[in-house]
Design a protein. Structure first.
Length: 158
């Protein structure tokens, strides 16, 4: 009984941490497996006061590699202009140029019409309508109310 405790346990496995090199290899293997397969962590936090739900926070965390996320159909970072230079934040340069050309042509046509109108008001082309239906008729004006003093007097007399 005078021998040290370590000698008395004999060859039983030690509960102490494995050597440094072996631990890092295991951590790398675990990280590789998690990124390869993906892991979902889900949890809900609920705050109640006297059986009245005040706040519910639903937490969903997905940890996966980019390839695995794309495989699952998650690729929002590719379409966010603040995260990817390849993401388009609007129309392409060609589309924008075409739109500007159309606006310039419309502007030129409208200027010609204004010049023709100033020269001869009868030269105005027929107006274009947006739809074939006639405009809805306006409501008739409301009848005017009598003054508040005359109303009160009428009610008082009756």
């Amino acid at each position: 009984m005078t021998e040290p405790l370590a000698n008395r346990l004999g060859s039983l496995p030690s509960r102490s941490a494995p050597p440094y090199g072996q631990s890092s290899a295991n951590l790398a293997d675990i990280l590789e497996r998690v990124l390869d397969k993906g892991i979902v962590i889900a949890g809900d936090i609920q705050i109640n006061l006297l059986d009245i739900e005040l706040l519910t926070i639903k937490l969903r965390l997905l940890i996966a590699s980019v390839d695995k996320a794309k495989e699952m159909g998650i690729d929002w970072w590719e379409h966010d202009p603040s995260l990817s230079s390849r993401a388009s934040s609007g129309p392409s340069l060609e589309e924008e140029n075409e739109l500007l050309r159309e606006q310039i042509e419309e502007n030129r046509r409208l200027r010609e019409q204004i010049s023709a109108l100033r020269a001869d008001p009868a030269a105005l082309p027929p107006t274009e309508t947006l739809d074939d239906e006639p405009a809805a008729p306006r409501r008739p004006p409301r009848p005017k109310r009598s003054e508040p003093g005359t109303r009160a007097a009428t009610r008082g007399e009756a």
